[in-house]
Design a binder for this molecule. Structure first.
Ligand code: ZN
Ligand code: ZN
Ligand code: ZN
Length: 274
């Protein structure tokens, strides 16, 4: 599939439905200082990462297991399109929760865009969802035009099949969640963008993962030359000696952000105009 790029004329709103990593914050099994803080201060809680782009159509990136509560919290009543980054539970675990509403409401069929890995698994494991989802298999290099923006599919460095999206609307931004520094072909696609949304899964990390720690996410963003960066998919924890440990305190996190002009760390319910 290839469609000529067209720039959207009207502004859009991006809603951060969830901004946590694979585990929610607080995590039920964890009594570290970060989780105890989130128990006391609900504004510091985080659900699994997903965003909604609101324009003429309502388009989600990822549908984690918290999606129904996130949609209810934000008052979003329908979905037109879903783009899926990769087949991990925290990104696709809410698919079943969206099928049922389609069947009992006046929604149209939802267009779901995913790589072959995603669409094949849906057909194999959740075949009945095909009644409610129009599955579109996408591949790296494709550009998909929907009414609000064009979406270019780019490879991320997370799993074999994981992808991200470069979205060309009035504001041009990339959503690269999850993954560490992507391949050069993807980095080339980031030139001239207004905003990078990427992940900062761990505050600190004493081994290599296919997820960023904050400092590495910020270093990658700086290399792209993109003026603004929003980090999401943040666990607010560290990983040390093969253990999940408390991350920065909220004050330390806010100092960290102040030290990096152009950086924001997303929170659940955050909205930005594009
Ligand atoms: Zn994830
Ligand atoms: Zn914890
Ligand atoms: Zn993942």
């Amino acid at each position: 599939m290839f469609v000529v790029l067209m720039t959207g004329e009207e502004g859009l709103e991006l809603v951060f439905l969830g901004t946590g990593a694979a585990l929610t914050l607080p995590s039920f099994f964890c009594t570290c200082a970060t989780c105890e803080d989130a128990r006391k201060n609900p504004e510091n809680r985080r659900t699994r990462s997903a965003v909604a782009l609101l324009g003429k159509e309502i388009t989600l990136i990822d549908v984690g297991p918290d999606i129904e509560h996130q949609m209810e919290r934000e008052g979003i009543r329908t979905v037109d399109n879903i783009f899926v980054t990769h087949w991990h539970y925290d990104h696709i675990g809410g698919l079943l929760g969206l099928g049922e509403p389609v069947s009992i409401s006046k929604w149209g069929i939802i267009n779901l865009y995913g790589t072959e890995d995603v669409t094949e698994r849906i057909e194999r494991e959740y075949g009945w969802l095909k009644n409610w989802f129009n599955l579109h298999t996408i591949k790296v290099g494709d550009t998909i035009q929907i009414s609000d923006a064009s979406w270019k599919v780019v490879k991320t460095n997370h799993t074999q099949h994981s992808v991200g999206f470069v979205v060309n609307a009035r504001t041009k931004f990339a959503y690269l969640v999850d993954g560490i520094v992507p391949p050069p072909e993807t980095v080339n696609e980031l030139m001239g963008l207004d905003l990078l949304i990427t992940e900062g899964t761990m505050d600190f990390l004493d081994e290599e993962w296919h997820n960023f720690k904050l400092d590495d996410a910020v270093a990658f963003w700086r290399q792209t030359g993109i003026p603004e960066c929003i980090l999401t998919h943040v666990s607010c924890h560290g990983w040390e000696n093969e253990k999940l440990v408390a991350g920065m305190t909220p004050d330390e996190r806010s100092d960290y952000v102040s030290d990096h002009l152009g950086l924001k760390i997303a929170y659940d319910g955050m909205r930005i105009s594009l």
